[in-house]
Design a protein around this ligand. Structure first.
Ligand code: C2E
Ligand code: CA
Ligand code: CA
Length: 644
């Protein structure tokens, strides 16, 4: 049996039984007409018996048709049983007709013969359509009705009858082919209908599978197969929208030192660590939490509890996942983790706040707290609040004229004269000085650093012009944030400012921290090279605090390296050795060295002995407003001039 056979059989039976009502009524009327329409009925009771038989048969077939239409579950066996029942009913009807024609022929006159012949032919003609859903029944029915009667009339009849007989034989041959054609047509159209239905079903199935695949692709992170950010948000939002308002906690997980591993071992190893961690997370938490890759080396886990002891257990299990090193090829890499936790509904009712609170807690765990994890708390809440306040206020700091620049001299170790000055930004918010270490990162996060950075560049270059006009050959060093490099017109803006104030490019030095290279390295290097082409100096700030990459310094020939204050504070321990190494490399790579944050004469002496070319720190001068700087410059540089 092929796949659609039962369905097709069912459709055929439906057609046969539906048409059967019409056939039964017509048969009954025709039989009644034949049995009682001629005046010789009374002479032969067989006609009445025949009529009773065919009427009874019609009644049975009517009941059979009714059972079919009522019957719901039409399995294969049911269908086959009904097919045989239908066939029997139809063939019995045909035999009764044939019996009528054969049995009563001898008593018929020409009129009776012609009438019964017309009726039988009409019945056969009609059946070609009504019974066409079953090839066997339609062929048998028409032939049983027509052929025996036509043969009898052709053989046994007188010459008038014979004519009708031959016509009958010819008609039954025609009917045979007509019925055959009708049956083939009906069968074909039913088969075609199911073929199309099948095709449609297949297509529907295919579309469903494809849709499922696309949904899966859209939901899963391609590297780790964990839920991606948007899929996680959807599932977590669903937890919030649940009627039961079940408490849950968000675990923000961030690997410590993932970036240097990625940089030093290569992205393939980095990816493999992420994959292995994902598998460890899956194995431990698949049943108890929603796990997602938030992005980079950050993961978020949602667990349906806000109980402190359960949070503690989960956080410790996460830490435990880092107890064994990650084995990749021949490497065995130890990784560490920072975890921040926030809970619903205690800390917030919105997902975005919960995630950012868990993130803030994670940062606190990474930078301040030495424990396994940090749960969002009042101190952090105050920090978030104040950051929110500052973040709003900083966007109007320029228009409210709250920003100013102070300048800190950088001394030439050879002659103690001011070699350069570093422009440092100050923000006075309603009488309170907000430290740049606090507001610069906030301005970087909310994007206002772009306009602020532009303001700093404009102001610094303008003041450089004043210095030039006053006759001081002193460079101005300007701190630039990585985000400013996102602007493709950044270099062009600086060039325009140089033209606007008619300032020599070689009197400007741009300070960047090493962390700028953690983003789009080629783009930054290209911009730095363009700045150098203009004649601007480039200086690497806070050297030694980030992921120092000497090859970078080599790559684009940096002019100045500023050694971070933390090394100056450790001159007695290994700070001195590191500075020595930086000095030696400076000889090969052709950069000068600035030591930052010098506060004591001892430090000055040691650094001068080490051969550091430039010195900066409170010992020489705190950062001062421009007017004060001019006063200092007049004293310092001029007096030395006079000495020489
Ligand atoms: P930085 O670029 O490393 O600037 C040097 C910082 O060290 C300044 O802090 C300066 O006041 C301080 N400093 C200098 N000498 C000494 C010393 O002897 N002892 C101590 N304890 N500190 C010293 P400040 O002005 O608070 O700036 C902090 C940071 O804010 C800067 O570090 C820089 O990264 C950022 N920053 C300041 N102005 C700007 C700016 O205009 N744009 C950008 N993007 N960042 C800026
Ligand atoms: Ca600096
Ligand atoms: Ca610095």
């Amino acid at each position: 049996m092929y796949p659609n056979e039962n369905l097709e059989l069912n459709a055929r039976l439906n057609l046969l039984y539906r048409n059967a009502y019409f056939g039964i009524v017509i048969t009954f009327i025709a039989a009644t007409g034949l049995a009682f329409g001629f005046d010789n009925t009374n002479e032969d009771p067989t006609k009445v018996i025949w009529w009773v038989s065919i009427s009874l048969l019609m009644l049975i077939r009517l009941l059979d048709s009714l059972t079919w239409s009522r019957h719901k579950d039409k399995g294969t066996l049911d269908n086959i049983r009904h097919l045989y029942r239908f066939r029997s009913g139809a063939l019995l009807t045909a035999f009764l007709w044939s019996f009528y024609c054969l049995y009563f022929y001898s008593n018929s006159n020409l009129y009776e013969l012609s009438v019964s012949w017309i009726i039988v032919s009409a019945m056969a003609g009609g059946s070609a359509t009504v019974l066409s859903a079953d090839r066997f029944v339609v062929l048998s029915y028409t032939q049983i009705l027509l052929l025996p009667y036509s043969l009898l009339v052709a053989i046994a009849g007188n010459s008038e009858h014979q004519m009708i007989g031959f016509l009958g034989i010819a008609f039954s041959i025609v009917m045979f082919f007509t019925a055959l054609k009708a049956a083939t047509y009906t069968e074909d159209s039913i088969r075609l209908r199911y073929k199309h239905k099948n095709l449609l079903n297949n297509m529907k199935h295919e579309v469903e599978t494809r849709t499922q695949e696309i949904v899966k692709l859209n939901q899963l992170d391609s590297l780790t197969n964990l839920l991606n950010r948007s899929a996680f948000i959807k599932q977590a939002e669903a937890c919030i929208n649940e009627k039961s308002k079940q408490p849950f906690s968000i675990f923000f997980i961030d690997m410590n030192g993932f970036k240097p591993v990625n940089d030093n071992f290569g992205h393939n190893i980095g990816d493999e660590i992420l994959r292995q961690l994902s598998r460890r997370l899956q194995t431990t938490f698949a049943q108890t939490a929603i796990i997602s890759r938030w992005g980079g080396d950050e993961f978020i886990l949602l667990a349906k509890t806000d109980k402190a002891d359960e949070i503690d257990t989960i956080a410790k299990s996460i830490c435990h996942l880092f107890a064994t090193p990650f084995h990749i090829h021949d490497y065995s890499i130890d990784m560490d983790v920072s975890i921040g936790v926030s809970t619903y509904p205690t800390h917030s009712l919105t997902l975005s706040e919960l995630i950012s609170y868990a993130d803030v807690s994670m940062y606190s765990n990474k930078h301040d707290d030495k424990g396994d994890y940090v749960v969002f708390n009042n101190t952090l809440a105050k920090k978030v609040q104040s950051e929110f306040y500052l973040s709003t206020a900083i966007t109007s700091a320029i228009s409210n004229q709250q920003l100013s620049l102070v300048f800190q001299p950088i001394i030439d170790a050879e002659n103690d004269r001011y070699h350069a000055v570093e422009a440092l930004l100050r923000w006075n918010l309603d009488g309170e000085q907000i430290p740049p270490d606090i507001f610069i990162p906030i301005a970087e996060r909310n994007g206002s650093i772009r306009s602020i950075g532009q303001w700093v560049l404009d102001e610094s270059i303008k003041q450089q012009k004043t210095l030039e006009r006053e006759g001081f050959d002193v460079k101005v060093c300007i701190n630039v944030s990585v985000i400013q490099f996102d602007d493709p017109k950044f270099v062009n803006c600086i060039a325009k400012l140089l033209a606007k104030y008619d300032v020599k490019a070689s009197n400007i030095c741009i300070e960047i921290t090493e962390s700028v290279f953690s983003t789009d390295k080629p783009k930054i290097i290209a911009a730095l090279k363009q700045l150098q082409a203009l004649g601007i100096f480039i200086s690497i700030d806070d050297f030694g605090t980030g992921y120092s990459s000497l090859s970078l310094i080599q790559d684009f020939g940096v002019h100045v390296v500023k050694i971070d204050r933390s090394f100056i504070n450790r001159l007695d321990s290994n700070g001195g050795a590191i500075i020595k190494a930086v000095m030696v490399m400076g000889g090969d790579l052709n950069y000068s060295v600035v030591a930052e944050g010098i506060e004591s004469i001892d430090q000055e002496i040691i650094l001068k002995e080490l051969g550091v070319q430039y010195l900066q720190g409170y010992l020489f001068s705190r950062p001062v407003p421009f007017n004060e700087l001019l006063v200092k410059l007049r004293k310092k540089n001029f007096s030395l001039d006079e000495l020489s």
